[in-house]
Design a protein around this ligand. Structure first.
Ligand code: 3EB
Length: 320
């Protein structure tokens, strides 16, 4: 006899300020903190995004790291100061610490990672800080990390007071996710050499809780890229429409993998990162033409890791 699928969602994302949440992202300005995102909120109904996962059994926030453990999910957030602007070294240290802390734990699987650091597009060619970050990340992880890699976001935030630092926030779990790739896009781990010495280690998305009746689809940072080529350079509206087409395609891929639909209307949260705050009105108009629930969308100022692109989106979708 098989037991029935659990009916309660293991994970729920809201824009409430849930003090009991496993991950409580904070977009409000203030002192540096592991869950404070250095991307100013341009528009949206809340400066919080709460990832609630049931009861938290243990948590701590100390020495630039924060962690929390629930039953199925755990949070690990690690910030590492750059020494003399060495973003590769800081990324390597952050990922070494992350792997060291996560692998022997009850939640050894990395499902979803957010990476934030300043001046992401500074430097040229292979010296660009984003590419140096990719090199450091690859040096810091283990073999399991890329097999398959977690869903992820990498965004350049605004400069804060204090030392430059890389912030890594990870959703970890007892069980692996189902990694998703996007049929419209080249897997990032197969990008050609022109994009840097080390391919970015992330999957386009992740399916969670497919053993329950409330699966979730987590979409990685999604930009105006078809194949591996940036599209609509200089046209923010067209870039956002292309990003939404990529999102549609990812949601369809999720349905193919688990037999459940992930409609845009069932979006729990969507972040829109804009390089230029002045693009907000155009971005809102494009989103208004989609089936996304407007009240679930947060607009943040942030730099996309490809310098020629001006917008990136990410989000979470509940199965219908
Ligand atoms: C792209 O599709 C855009 O390096 O972890 C998106 C999501 C991007 C995650 C990462 C980079 C990362 O290539 C960039």
């Amino acid at each position: 006899m098989t037991s029935p699928a659990p009916s309660r969602a293991r994970l729920r994302i809201t824009h409430a300020d849930d003090g009991e949440a496993l991950i409580r992202f904070d977009f409000a300005p203030g002192e540096a903190a592991p869950l404070r995102i250095p991307c100013p909120l341009l528009a949206g109904e809340s400066a919080r995004e709460s990832w609630s996962a049931g009861e938290i059994t243990e948590s701590a926030d100390t020495c630039g790291a924060a962690w929390a453990h629930g039953e199925h999910y755990a949070l690990v957030a690690i910030s590492v100061d750059e020494v003399d602007g060495d973003i590769a070294g800081a990324a390597q240290t952050a990922y070494e610490r992350l792997i060291t802390c996560v692998r022997p734990s009850a939640h050894p699987y990395l499902l979803r990672i957010w990476n934030y650091f300043g001046d992401i597009n500074a430097g040229d060619g292979d010296g660009e800080r984003y590419r140096r970050f990719c090199v450091g990340r690859a040096l810091g992880v283990d073999g399991m990390f890329n097999d398959p890699p977690p869903a992820a976001t990498a965004i350049g935030g605004d400069a804060e007071d204090g030392p430059a630092r890389v912030q890594v926030i990870a959703l970890c779990a007892r069980q692996p996710a189902v990694a998703l790739e996007n049929p419209r896009q080249t897997p990032a781990w197969r990008y050609p050499r022109e994009f840097g010495p080390v391919s970015p280690g992330f999957s386009r998305g992740a399916l969670l809780d497919t053993d329950t009746d409330r699966p979730r689809l987590l979409a990685s940072g999604t930009a105006s890229i078809v194949g591996h080529v940036s599209q609509h350079v200089g046209d923010i509206g067209a870039q956002l429409r292309e990003s939404l087409a990529n999102l549609d395609s990812l949601l369809a891929e999720g349905e193919k993998k688990c037999g459940r639909r992930f409609p845009l209307a069932a979006c729990e949260t969507l972040r829109v990162y804009l390089r230029h705050a002045a693009d907000l009105a155009v971005a809102k108009a494009v989103v208004a033409q989609s089936r996304l629930p407007a009240e679930r969308v947060l607009y943040l100022r942030g730099d996309v890791c490809r310098r020629e692109l001006d917008v990136e989106i990410e989000g979470v979708f509940a199965a219908e």
